[in-house]
Design a protein around this ligand. Structure first.
Ligand code: HDE
Length: 736
């Protein structure tokens, strides 16, 4: 439904934006009757009474006390007093978007799920990205796992793929989840630190939990500080089942592959962004969608025949393990496009309730003990968070198909159910609503044969804690390995209890001796002489069983695990800072700006003051930010414009020089018109300039100075597509 036209209030631009057509799908259409737009409307109370004065409370006399009678005041204040609901116990900080999923080819062979069979259907989706540990108002750039939850509104009901941007998890059994979360959340006595794992309780727990070794490698890698929600992978983590119409099952791992590639920022940069723009990821997602740069991800499936359940040297039910893509390739089966921002953050992004148990016929669970525990937790948590059992009736949570069952009443019930019966079987209503036969689409759980003893234990097939942690570490490029060493040294360096640091070294040494040695050096500690056993675990049940085992002959490297191998062929939606001042060369500004914009990038002018700068030819160039309101950490690359007077100003402007130094430190592409060489000469890295600016050197070093013509712009585009020049870190001279 198109938005209701509003009368001309506010600026023309604001009105235009409100009226811009929004992509629609069956879900957004179903939200329309619940959507209110006050443009051009009069103010009234919740009972519909027109309000005459919303500025003054009712008083006895013009300077007298307020009156209890003032029902207008009381209604308004009571509503306000109850505006907040409990934040999510984990994943409290998040951002959402509407989109659509389109299938490439029918998957009939594997699943009967309707939305995975019909390539003509566009399935509406609502995605919520999140960090895990921080509160609702915490920074987006915390070192943390990111949630990647997608609700598919299918014709057979909602299917939720509630995943993360890392393919494994910290623990193998859901019963440990409250402990993990208590350990990572701010410490209970002083509620410090916010949105950070760099503290004693987290590492205390991790150092006693060798099963977390693999996930720790991911969490300490750059995957934990993404450049953008649009540039990270997503994973369903657990092994699920697909069931076809004949009842045949296959195991499946779900993946999301971003078309922009997988990119991160630097840790020092992340910490800076947290100060300069704590909403960095939220803003990036919002702006990209508003400007039509719709984020796109392909849905990938790793399908494993049931017969192969025991083929691997890890257990498919163990969520601390991934299935290497070398063993089972990822088939890309469809595309998700996020094309519409929510109308209201609270109503949609905050109130959406995901649940791993929301499946459709053709998708089913496995016995992964983490997955099994999640099946309980998600509905349970909504009861408190959303205030009762009717949260599925909140508009964003409703399926696009009508709901009929015998569930009734409860707080905030919305549906007005007609008729006398709310039970089944019944004869008074002809037994309606009717159960649905399996052949007609009724959900039937997979008929898995189970012969077992009831026991509280973990299978030995879950005991190899280090092979895949090592696989991950070995698969990283050198800069990525260095970042893991730095992250561990930072995090453990913030831990006050030396025994915890030492215990962690005992874990790290079992992953990779070189890694452990480097971290030990940074901490000023020695590696333990004797490898610790894992019996330090205070497992009251069966500690003797809880020994790590080593698997021989496992895969030693997997290309897919390194971000160095990601897509690097686009600059779409990257942000480039164009540094300029009065006297700038308008022609070259235009050449560079046009060339980068044509490739889908955004170029923003940063200058000593806001408003306009007067170019060399007296034309006006609009300024987007002053040095006070912008920082290099908010951009992907920087270009310094030419023009004699402009470069003299920039050379003398400490903030401009700092901007460049910082961009250099964070390994970003840096380019300058040849006249701007004197600005580059004022930086620390002028001593590190490559001997020439040939294509080879430019694409190796990420620095380009030259005449800003078409060729220059092409080279600059290639540099930006590289994203970062991490090799530059080694000879880093910059204290920025
Ligand atoms: Fe969650 N998780 N989780 N989780 N999770 C929640 O549900 C839980 C796990 C994930 O944007 C909570 O509605 C348990 C793995 C995402 O709204 C809660 C266990 C993965 C989100 C909960 C896990 C996830 C949540 C808190 C261990 C990746 C945010 C609020 C067994 C596959 C969804 C809520 C959103 C949220 C429980 C582990 C992903 C408490 C018990 C593994 C993306 O129910």
């Amino acid at each position: 439904m198109a938005k209701k036209p509003s009368p001309k209030m506010g600026t023309e631009a604001a009105i235009d934006k409100q009226l811009a057509p929004q992509p629609e799908n069956t879900k957004t259409q179903s939200l329309a009757p619940h959507t209110a737009d006050a443009a051009g409307e009069q103010m009234n109370t919740n009972t519909g009474l027109p309000i005459n004065d919303d500025q003054n409370s009712l008083k006895a006399g013009d300077r007298g006390p307020s009156l209890l009678e003032d029902f207008l005041f009381r209604e308004k204040m009571t509503h306000f007093d109850h505006e907040r609901i409990p934040e999510r116990v984990v994943h409290a900080r998040g951002s959402g978007a509407h989109g659509v999923f389109k299938l490439y080819k029918p998957l009939t062979e594997y699943t009967k799920a309707a939305f995975l069979n019909n390539t003509d259907v566009e399935t509406p989706v609502f995605v919520r990205f999140s960090t895990v540990a921080g509160s609702r108002g915490s920074t987006d750039l915390a070192r943390d796992v990111r949630g990647f939850a997608a609700k598919f509104y299918t014709t057979e009901g909602n299917f939720d793929l509630v995943g993360n941007n890392m393919p494994v998890f910290f623990i193998q059994d859901a019963v440990k989840f409250p402990d993990l979360v208590h350990a990572v959340k701010p410490e209970p006595d002083n509620e410090i630190p916010q949105a950070a794992s760099a503290h004693d309780t987290f590492w205390d727990f991790i150092s006693l939990m060798p099963e977390s070794a693999h996930m720790i490698m991911w969490a300490m890698s750059d995957r934990a500080i993404p450049r953008s929600y649009r540039m990270m992978e997503g994973f369903g983590v657990h092994t699920f089942r697909l069931i076809n119409a004949e009842g045949k099952a296959s195991f499946v791992k779900f993946h999301w592959k971003p078309l922009l590639g997988v990119h991160s920022v630097a840790w020092d940069e992340a910490q800076n962004i947290s100060g300069k723009d704590p909403d960095f990821h939220r803003r990036d997602l919002w702006d990209a969608i508003e400007s039509g740069n719709f984020p796109e991800y392909e849905l990938g499936l790793q399908i494993i025949p049931e017969e192969d359940e025991f083929k691997y040297d890890f257990d498919l039910l163990d969520s601390t393990k991934l299935v290497p893509e070398e063993l089972v390739p990822v088939q890309r089966v469809g595309k998700l496009t996020l094309n519409r921002n929510p109308d209201n953050f609270f109503a949609e992004t905050e109130q959406i309730a995901y649940h791993i148990g929301h499946v459709v016929p053709g998708i089913d669970f496995t016995n992964d003990p983490l997955l099994q525990g999640r099946l309980f937790s998600y509905t349970d948590t909504q009861l408190t968070r959303l205030g009762g059992p009717n949260f599925q009736e909140i508009p964003i949570n409703r399926p696009i198909v009508p709901v009929h069952n015998n569930q009734r009443d409860g707080f905030m019930r919305q549906t007005i159910n007609r008729g006398k019966t709310s039970y089944n079987p019944n004869s008074l209503s002809g037994n309606d609503p009717q159960q649905v036969k399996e052949s007609a689409g009724g959900f039937v759980s997979y008929r898995e044969r189970i012969e077992a003893r009831k026991e509280r234990l973990r299978n030995k097939s879950f005991f190899d804690h280090f092979s895949q942690a090592r696989l991950f570490f070995n698969s990283q490029s050198d800069p990525e390995k260095n970042h893991i060493v730095d992250a561990l040294t930072f995090e453990l360096g913030k831990v006050k209890t030396i025994a915890i640091r030492e215990r962690m070294l005992g874990i790290l040494v079992q992953i990779d001796k070189d890694l452990a040695t480097q971290v030990a050096y940074g901490l000023g500690l020695h590696l333990p002489d004797v490898l610790p056993t894992n019996q330090s675990i205070p497992a009251d049940g069966n500690p003797a069983d809880y020994q790590s085992v080593q698997v021989d002959g496992a895969l030693s490297k997997s290309e897919a695990l390194s971000m160095a191998n990601t897509v690097k062929d686009t600059i779409k939606s990257r942000k480039i800072a164009l540094l300029a001042a009065d006297g700038a060369d308008a022609n070259s500004v235009k050449t560079v700006k046009d060339a980068l914009t044509a490739q889908g990038a955004t170029v923003e002018v940063v200058a000593p003051r806001q408003g306009f700068i007067i170019a060399e030819d007296d034309s006006k160039i609009e300024v987007d930010h002053s040095f006070l309101t912008a920082a290099s950490v908010l951009f992907d690359a920087v270009y310094v414009a030419g023009g004699n007077n402009a470069v003299a100003t920039l050379e003398a402007e400490a903030n401009a020089v700092h901007f460049l130094n910082e961009a250099f430190k964070h390994c970003k592409p840096i380019a300058a018109a040849e006249e701007a060489m004197q600005v580059i000469d004022a930086t620390y890295f002028s001593k590190k300039l490559p001997p020439d600016f040939s294509e080879d050197s430019v694409l190796r070093e990420g620095i380009l100075v030259g005449k800003p013509d078409k060729l220059f712009a092409e080279l600059l585009t290639k540099m930006i597509a590289q994203h970062r020049f991490w090799e530059r870190e080694k000879p880093r001279l910059i204290p920025a």
